[in-house]
Design a protein around this ligand. Sequence first.
Ligand code: FMN
Length: 222
Amino acid sequence: MNVYDAVRSRRSVRQFTHRPVDRAVLERVLDAATRAPSGGNVQPWHTYVVSGASRDRLVEKVAARLAAGDAGDVPQYPIYPEGLKSPYRERRFAAGEQLYAALGIAREDRGARRNRFSRNWEFFGAPVGLFCYVDRDMGSAQWADLGMYLQTIMLLLRAEGLASCAQEAWSVYHETVDETVQPSDGLMLFCGMAIGYADTDAADSGLIIDRAPLAETVRFLD
Ligand SMILES: Cc1cc2nc3c(=O)[nH]c(=O)nc-3n(C[C@H](O)[C@H](O)[C@H](O)COP(=O)(O)O)c2cc1C
């Protein structure tokens, strides 16, 4: 698969089949992803992969918290800046509208949206979950490196016929994730990722979330 095909075919998949993912494939992807660049080559990522019983236990624990009406732990970082401004606010809104329209969920049906969102904490049915942690001492430049690393993983997964969805949603229940993966001292959770084979029967299968036109985000200075 060439790089353009990997980039264009990567989308956030939110419904997976039960088909298991070979450990050897995951190791191949994660080994290749170590080639992701990072400022000063500090490689600030710390990765934990859950599958099988550890994945299921985590999902059950968070489901119990949700069922008890537990809205989550004290946030360790803001997922969005407070008062997300234009044009970012509109882009975020439009992406949500596109997704829920594809799923046939009306904007005013908050309950259905909430239920649908809570599928995050089941990895959308994916058999594998990945958690990316970062040292608490690291700054925004190293957090940017995490993005390079995660996208490299997601593109390599495409080369293996696999799909993914990055999931900041897991940070809402970071204490339960910590209990499961037992991260090394000083680390904090940035985000999770659902990994598996896409369910092509999903209502949002093939949904392509729009992007701002190039002229909005890129300026060439000759
Ligand atoms: C760091 C990061 C965290 C994300 N967290 C979530 C999440 O918690 N739940 C979710 O459904 N999508 C999540 N997404 C997916 C974005 O919503 C998605 O990338 C965006 O809408 C563009 O859609 P596309 O990935 O299908 O092109 C996340 C993406 C990134 C890069």
